[in-house]
Design a protein around this ligand. Structure first.
Ligand code: ZN
Ligand code: ZN
Length: 317
């Protein structure tokens, strides 16, 4: 934190009238505000617990238990059931920075899209799409080593398959910048949305595609993992937002406690001064992130702040 403030003060010291402004910027540290979560997003009230950060600091963290079910939107649809279906009956897929409608036409064009004739996600005679419609099929397909019988399937799972959808995250009460950025642990989480859904690390699309499967997302950029529940891989604007003055809305919090804001303000474009982790600082919001555009298969690139060491949630899905 100190290094950061010194660096900031130095870059601003050319102009001798800026000292007051620099002090204001230095003072802005904005962490989690429990009031910002949507009604119904949390399973229990947020509590404060002892925690140890990645740099060894013992401090206080918020223990945040989400219901695991989005407070402000429905889950799905994911896969179209027939190649005749349009975008309204299906979700999304992401490839090379673009969010695609996973409609019948997209399923039909997969072999061409990926230049691989092995792709055949539908029955030639009926046009019906191979979809994992049972818990057994979901569990056989939604894992890194996809069972052979579920290859060439559009994979979707239901939240009802989980006995418990709640999930608890520990986020520092007072975010502190690390001396060097912390890498994202792919077994952990990126953060939590104000709707009560976790932001996950990038979906392992290489493994998914290698099995000729599509792990369909819904229009909100989320899907269900049979072990960890519903989670987002893209911010498409459906999650709960807290509007800001002339700034992109707040959509959640990263695991280091800094705010996660939408990619851009409405009608605007992404800030041009983001650091390697996708963060920047201002006098009102302090240090904060702007998430990547939907389709990029990531929200932020690293944590600028200290985080609680990730619990092993298994491989990402
Ligand atoms: Zn900003
Ligand atoms: Zn996933």
């Amino acid at each position: 934190m100190l290094l950061f403030l010194l660096a900031f003060a130095c870059t601003n010291s050319d102009d001798d009238s800026s000292s007051t402004e620099t002090d204001t910027v230095s003072a802005a540290v904005v962490g989690v505000n429990p009031d910002n979560f949507a009604d119904g997003a949390l399973a229990t009230d947020i509590t404060t617990v002892d925690c140890t950060l990645s740099n060894g600091t013992e401090t206080q963290c918020y223990s945040i238990t989400i219901t695991g079910e989005p407070a402000n939107h429905e889950i799905g649809p994911f896969c179209p059931s027939n190649i005749s279906e349009g975008a309204e009956s299906a979700g999304k897929w992401i490839e090379s920075g673009t969010l695609y409608d996973l409609d019948g036409d997209f399923i039909l064009a997969l072999a061409e899209f990926y230049s691989d004739e092995t792709w055949q996600l539908y029955e030639e005679s009926t046009g019906d799409v191979n979809v994992t419609t049972t818990q057994e099929a979901c569990e056989g397909a939604a894992k890194p080593d996809v069972e052979e019988q579920y290859q060439n399937h559009c994979v979707e799972c239901a939240l009802e398959y989980l006995a418990d959808t709640t999930y608890t995250l520990e986020i520092p009460v007072t975010p502190t910048l690390a001396s060097s950025a912390n890498a994202i642990d792919t077994r952990g989480k990126i953060g939590v949305a104000l709707s009560g859904v976790v932001f996950d690390p990038p979906a392992p699309t290489d493994a998914i595609l290698a099995a000729h499967t599509i792990a369909a997302f819904d229009d909100c950029g989320g899907h269900v993992n049979p072990n960890t529940g519903y989670h987002y891989h893209a911010a498409t604007g459906c999650s709960t937002e807290v509007e800001q003055d002339e700034h992109a809305p707040l959509i959640g919090y990263a695991m280091d406690g800094f705010g996660l804001y939408a990619n851009a303000a409405e009608g605007g474009s992404e800030p041009t001064d983001l650091d390697d982790c996708r963060g920047h600082s201002d006098a009102v919001l302090g240090y904060h992130y702007h998430v990547a555009q939907a389709g990029e298969n990531q929200f932020i690139t690293c944590f600028s702040g200290e985080v609680v060491e990730a619990e092993d949630g298994g491989p990402p899905q």
